[in-house]
Design a protein around this ligand. Structure first.
Ligand code: OAD
Length: 333
């Protein structure tokens, strides 16, 4: 895939700004290699998918065949796309599940819309809500969340030599806690290990940033320019890390299995990854509901409807990997 990246900013799929160009496979969308992402196009795609009569449940035969191919080491370049649902069983709420998702619990901040709490323009103007939220979401607390079966499964894939890369949208750090090699990981929406100024990009030590935000509940101020500092998680309106741009093209070109777990596929550009793998690459969705490109299931797609942990348990049962998964899960607890 030939990608000349004009713009890799984080954006909601239904509110993609006019300036946002979404790279795509040239074979799908014309010779330029780009397609202009347009709200109405996406909406009609969703409608088309939800009207489809194609199967919504897990196709057990295809799942069994994928599991066999895993156990026979037939895959060499499994690409995993992970979202908040993969961490729900660790006690971390996802974002958009009605009732339980984070965005349903932010009313007291009186935000103009829930995602504003992760929006750069909003933070520049009103940093306090995010600072307060950091008390809750800053990872690494003693006795805090531990990796789930879904994370353990990724580690099994890595140990079996089949994992090409994990593209995670999560900022909880559970992939690393599961022992996934940093080389295998792309933290698409950043992390809490470093922090920097939102204006001049000067760095601040993450310990200082944490002290301000979590211990004092203050907004950290840049010593260079006086603007606000925040941890290097990617806010709406910010570019994704360079690592994403460097790797996503070759990884999606090489993928021989795409495993999508626990994501609503609502946030671009990560939500477009399923459309970038080759047309003969099987795509497996483990999720509580059909989402994004899986609204219209294609013949190479498998949808396991349910929790990620149940999905990976089922795959491992079919692959004869139950003890591998169990041992790995114990190791990362
Ligand atoms: P969402 O909350 O948007 O979607 C989570 C998806 O996982 C939904 O489809 C749920 O139905 C499903 N789900 C929940 N629990 C599950 C479970 N145990 N097993 C399987 N599926 C489950 O979360 P993301 O798609 O990850 O960005 O959100 C993407 C981005 O939007 C986040 O990274 C965050 C947010 O704004 C930033 O903060 C920058």
């Amino acid at each position: 895939m030939r990608l000349t990246h004009l713009h890799w900013g984080l954006a909601l799929s239904s509110t993609v700004p006019v300036s946002c160009w979404i790279p795509s496979r040239s074979s799908n969308y014309g010779s330029s290699g780009f397609r202009y992402f347009n709200e109405s196009l996406y909406r009609s795609r969703r409608l088309y998918g939800s009207n489809s009569n194609e199967s919504a449940g897990a196709d057990s035969e295809i799942l069994e065949s994928l599991a066999k191919r895993l156990s026979n080491q037939k895959f060499q370049n499994v690409v995993v796309l992970m979202g908040a649902g993969a961490s729900v069983s660790a006690g971390i709420p996802d974002f958009r599940s009605p009732g339980t998702g984070l965005y349903d619990r932010l009313q007291h901040y009186q935000l103009p819309y829930p995602e504003a709490i992760f929006d750069l323009d909003y933070y520049r103007d009103q940093p306090k809500p995010f600072v307060e939220l950091c008390q809750e979401i800053w990872p690494g607390k003693e006795g805090g969340p531990r990796p789930t079966l879904a994370h353990a499964f990724c580690k099994v894939l890595e140990d079996q030599g089949m994992l090409r890369r994990i593209y995670t949208q999560n900022i909880d750090g559970l992939e690393s806690l599961a022992g996934i090699d940093t080389d295998k990981l792309v933290e698409c929406h950043g992390h809490f290990r470093t922090s920097s100024c939102i204006k001049c990009r000067s760095t601040m030590s993450i310990d200082d940033c944490r002290r301000e935000m979590v211990e004092k509940m203050e907004v950290p101020i840049c010593k260079q320019c006086g603007s606000y500092v925040k941890p290097d998680i990617v806010f709406f309106g910010e570019e994704l890390p360079a690592r994403f741009q460097e790797l996503v093209s070759s990884d999606t070109d090489s993928a021989d299995l795409l495993l999508v777990m626990g994501t609503s596929l609502m946030v671009m550009p990560v939500a477009a990854i399923p459309s970038w793998v080759s047309h003969d690459c099987p795509r497996l969705l483990l999720n509580r509901e059909r989402v994004g490109h899986f609204l219209r299931i294609q013949s190479r797609d498998v949808f396991f409807e349910g929790d990620c942990d149940d999905g990976v348990r089922e795959i491992c049962k079919l692959a004869g990997w139950e003890s591998l998964l169990g041992d790995q899960f114990q190791d990362c607890r």
